[in-house]
Design a protein. Structure first.
Length: 364
């Protein structure tokens, strides 16, 4: 009899004997060990960015909680906006618990937009952890506004922003500017680090960053009077309500800002597209994934490791310093959030495709 059949019969016997499915799953994960193994964490991004910092942090603090105390290494595999490394992982990663993939917003964005270069299927992966990460929009002081309430005064003012490409993670903010009616011309070809420098030099007048970049790069400009925080994308709480971003509690959310500027609650295909991408951009901004075909036994072992990691005081301090204190999701909550971030209805996708062609002459 094969091992899988033996385990299956054992589980059936335990459940029929009155043991809960949760208890069975927990016991199931305890049989798995990585003793003597090397776990490889694949980062399809260049070293030095926020995704790289996140992946290395998770690798460091997850390692002590993995069964068998394996060696954990991190390998960068950048290329094609994270597509190359993710394609390779989905096609070739061993589903034996020794391979993990770090994702960021661009990974989901390429998938949601059905980029022709994408061969991976994110719905077939299993998240070990999912981490939200907020996003805040700020402007140069010379625009003469202090808050979202004053945005109507600059609707006819030509403004430049920095972006990598029209279909990168920057797309979410480009849609926001469109919905708000701002006259924003993106300067493409800029990574986030380039955009920060361009903003500081006054070459662009509107930009956006997560809490990590804000505390490092933006806050000094705010204190110097150069930058003015305007709004955030917001956050979804446990009840499913769109609420203020906990990292920026004094700033209005994007939906609130739309209502302030237009006098109406946001709606329509552009806003529908934004809502879908909001979950990828904020609520499932960063994650660590197991490959397709990973067995329930291994998934459960990693769930237990993730749970232990999230209770580790050293990890709590480190992740709060990196991301601003958003909760780390694991287990079923992470799986649900991950799948939610990958839903894109055909009407919204069609609107977005047409808008990209009309606005930036970009065809997907």
């Amino acid at each position: 009899m094969t091992k899988s059949k033996t385990i299956g019969l054992a589980i059936a016997a335990m459940v029929s004997g009155g043991v809960s499915a949760t208890a069975v799953t927990a016991a199931y994960g305890q049989d798995f060990t990585l003793r003597g193994e090397r776990v490889e964490v694949v980062l399809p991004y260049s070293p030095g960015g926020s995704a790289d910092a996140y992946g290395r942090l998770i690798a460091k603090y997850l390692q002590p909680h993995l069964p068998g105390n394996p060696t954990v290494i991190v390998r960068n595999e950048p290329g094609a906006g994270a597509i190359a490394g993710t394609n390779n992982f989905d096609a070739n990663a061993d589903a034996d618990g020794t391979m993990l993939l770090v994702t960021s917003t661009s990974t989901q964005m390429n998938y949601l937009l059905q980029d022709s270069r994408v061969n991976y299927d994110l719905t077939q992966m299993t998240p070990v952890v999912v981490n939200p990460l907020g996003m805040m929009v700020y402007v140069r002081e010379e625009l003469g506004i202090e808050s979202a309430e004053e945005l109507p005064s600059i609707l006819d003012t030509p403004i430049r922003s920095g972006a990598h490409t029209p279909t990168s993670a920057d797309l979410v903010q480009l849609i926001e500017f469109h919905i708000l009616g701002l006259d924003v011309e993106p300067v493409f070809g800029l990574q986030r680090g380039d955009a920060k420098q361009a903003f500081e030099r006054g070459e662009i007048q509107i930009s956006y960053d997560n809490p990590l970049a804000y505390s490092t790069y933006v806050e000094p400009m705010v204190e110097a009077g150069i930058a003015k925080p305007i709004y955030t994308m917001g956050y979804v709480d446990a009840s499913g309500d769109h609420v203020v971003d906990p990292a920026f509690p004094d700033l209005p959310t994007f939906p609130e800002t739309v209502e302030t500027v237009t006098g109406e609650a946001p709606s329509g295909p552009a806003y529908d597209a934004w809502q879908t991408m909001f979950f990828s951009r904020v609520m499932a901004s960063k994650s660590v994934q197991l490959p397709r075909g990973t067995s329930p036994e291994i998934v459960e072992a990693y769930r237990q490791a993730a749970e232990a990691m999230t209770q580790d005081p050293a990890y709590i301090e480190a992740i709060e310093s990196l991301t601003g204190g958003y909760p780390t999701l694991y287990g079923q909550e992470a799986a649900d959030r991950w799948q939610q971030s990958l839903q894109f209805d055909s009407e919204s996708r069609e609107w977005l495709r047409n808008w990209l062609v009309e606005t930036y002459d970009v065809s997907l």
